[in-house]
Design a protein around this ligand. Structure first.
Ligand SMILES: Nc1ncnc2c1ncn2[C@@H]1O[C@H](COP(=O)(O)OP(=O)(O)OP(=O)(O)O)[C@@H](O)[C@H]1O
Length: 121
């Protein structure tokens, strides 16, 4: 909106992040996995470009989960009763999270497997 202070927009965005952490168990699981990946990356001293890949997929998963949570709430708000279209929309949003998660597992394996193999040699 015109004339709105940018800091106020940030305040609402932070409250969105607060809601998703507080209300979404899956988001908290993703945060836990993120902390493990960051810890492993630091321990194994992965390269700058490997950090780039890891941070991109971490962001992809967290953003997908946040958008999925917003879509779930939108559907519950506009269509609280059981409806095939509500199911389809929610399943599509959940599918987006799954795609992001699968891609991030592959990226994690591609980055970490060579380091693990090196440790064993
Ligand atoms: N109004 C509805 N009509 C028909 N099916 C629905 C409806 N709401 C949810 N579902 C079905 O139940 C599934 C789970 O929906 P729900 O809103 O409980 O998400 P959730 O289990 O909280 O998901 P997440 O674990 O990602 O937070 C949906 O993917 C959909 O298949």
């Amino acid at each position: 909106m015109k004339g709105k202070k940018p800091s106020i927009g940030f305040k609402y965005a932070w409250s969105g992040i607060y809601f998703v952490i507080k209300e979404e168990r899956n988001f908290r699981i993703h945060l836990f996995i993120t902390s493990l990946v960051v810890f492993t990356g630091i321990m194994l001293k992965v390269s700058r470009f490997e950090w780039l890949a890891l941070l991109l997929v971490i962001g992809l998963v967290l953003v997908a989960e946040t958008v999925n949570s917003a879509i779930e709430r939108l559907i519950d708000y506009v269509k609280p009763d059981i409806h095939p279209m509500a199911k389809k929309i929610k399943d599509l949003a959940a599918g987006a999270v799954l795609i992001a998660a699968i891609i991030s597992v592959f990226v994690g394996l591609i980055v970490f497997i060579p380091y693990v193999c090196e440790l064993w040699q």
